[in-house]
Design a protein around this ligand. Structure first.
Ligand code: GDP
Length: 433
């Protein structure tokens, strides 16, 4: 679904507006500067259209002051969103903080609906008109408290929201988790699928409420259903002379696009081939959760196993974050270990670290291991936030560029501390002067 973010400085009535849009009557929680509240997304509907409403949060007090923080938050929200509701208090008018948000939103080049809140009656509409000066066109006068004007505002938002989101993580659609089983020909994909499905039976009829491609296959594993995408690509052996690699890559990519987690199958009786490496890289780049499975262990004796384990350790050092399962599709050895690995990878992929916890972690880390001084300067990490999950993406605000080595160090500690096994994570930096 497309993402609509709601931004604005504390006390303009964002939470009231969120409750109004969602049609709820809950206790109104307003932002208090200095209090960390998290960014929350809610499924919302207007005139039959579904969208995700993202409420920004995570206000943190520091030397930079509230203006910069509010603008930063608005910037992150705009990055994640397809359109932005920018809420201003029409009784107060545009403040310096609002101006800082305006400058930030301009840079993002996303559609902005300017909302003049607290317009409870006709008389106050004049105040709203003054907000034309912010340069986002017509301000929509609303009363979040009483509901006045919110329908027009939402109509305007629906007009600028695209049908599909181009941002944020992959939406969770419900239904079975979607798995792409990938690997070069003859690595044992089809054997593994048969072994997995064989013992527990393939569920043939479609599950109620699940939309799925007819070529996808639902398999029960560990007492739950899983959707394996494109098993035809696995089962049907397509022999092509020319361009076979090209079509195989297309098929791999389209399976990854549909999946939430990839199982890359490698065989231990052969060294890592060029094709293995390519498939693995595609899985890593896809941003999906990842499990590595090593097939054909029945072919190896003890000595050879130990040797190969060392070998694998070296070749796959760059994906040491993915859970590994050694198994045999032929004998069924360790096939039960696949589900716990999938669960772990998906849990990491879905995970969201609250802003308060993340900043406590960053504070301790930086205090214990400050960034090295470079040319008389020492860049500091001012503030961090997890911008999205599926896969997890983090944004760090810093006072200067961080060394690549230091960035890797932070990434590693982030993984260890919060347990991001089985998911790629992305960290981006915003340097503030
Ligand atoms: P796919 O092309 O990846 O689907 O591979 P297949 O499942 O068709 O397997 C290719 C070959 O490897 C077949 O001859 C299988 O019998 C064999 N094979 C698959 N898994 C194992 C295994 O765990 N051990 C052994 N020894 N052979 C296997």
């Amino acid at each position: 679904d497309p993402v609509l973010a709601i931004v604005g400085r504390p006390n303009v009535g964002k939470s009231t507006l969120v409750n109004r849009i969602l049609g709820r009557r809950e206790a109104v929680v307003e932002d208090t500067p200095g209090v960390t509240r998290d960014r929350v997304s809610y499924p919302a509907t207007w005139n039959g259209r579904n969208f995700t409403l993202v409420d920004t949060g995570g206000w943190v007090h520091d030397a930079k002051g509230i203006h910069a923080r509010v603008a930063d938050q608005a910037g992150i929200a705009a990055d994640m969103a397809d359109a932005v509701l920018f809420v201003v208090d029409s009784n107060v008018g545009a403040t310096a903080t609002d101006e800082a948000v305006v400058r930030m939103l301009r840079r993002k080049k996303k559609p902005v609906i300017l909302v003049a809140n607290k317009v409870d009656d006709m008389v106050q509409e004049a105040d709203a008109s003054a907000l034309w000066s912010l340069g986002f066109g017509q301000p929509y006068p609303v009363s979040a408290l009483h509901g006045r004007g919110t329908a027009d505002m939402l109509d305007a938002a629906m007009e600028v929201l695209p049908e599909y989101s181009a941002h944020g993580g992959l939406a969770r659609t419900g239904g079975p988790r979607r798995v792409a089983l990938l690997g070069r020909p003859n690595v044992g994909k089809s054997s593994l699928l048969n072994k997995l499905a064989g013992s527990e039976r393939v569920v043939v009829d479609p599950l109620a409420g699940t939309t799925r491609d007819p070529v996808d296959e639902i398999i029960e594993l560990g007492g739950r259903t899983w959707l394996f995408v494109d098993p035809a690509g696995i089962r049907r052996r397509v022999h092509m002379q020319q361009g076979a690699d090209f079509y195989a890559s297309l098929r791999t990519q389209s399976a990854l696009d549909k999946a939430e987690v990839a199982v890359v199958l490698l065989a231990v009786d052969e060294v890592l081939s060029e094709q293995d490496v390519r498939i693995l890289q595609m899985a890593i780049d896809s941003g999906r959760a990842l499990v590595l499975a090593f097939n054909k262990w029945d072919l190896l004796d003890e000595d050879r196993r130990r040797y190969l384990e060392r070998e694998i350790e070296q070749d796959l050092a760059h994906v040491d974050w993915a859970p590994r399962v050694n198994l045999s599709a032929r004998t069924g050895w360790h096939k039960d270990r696949l589900v716990p690995a999938l669960d772990k990878a998906l849990e990491s992929w879905d995970k969201r670290i609250p802003t308060g916890r993340l900043n406590a972690f960053l504070g301790e880390l930086v205090a214990a291991h400050p960034h090295p001084v470079r040319g008389g300067k020492q860049p500091r990490i001012l503030f961090g936030t997890q911008a999205s999950s599926r896969p997890p993406k983090f944004v760090l605000f810093t006072s200067g560029f961080l060394d690549p080595g230091y960035r890797r160090f932070i990434t590693r500690r982030l993984r260890e501390t919060f347990g991001f096994e089985g998911t790629p994570i992305e960290i981006s930096m915003r340097v503030r002067e």
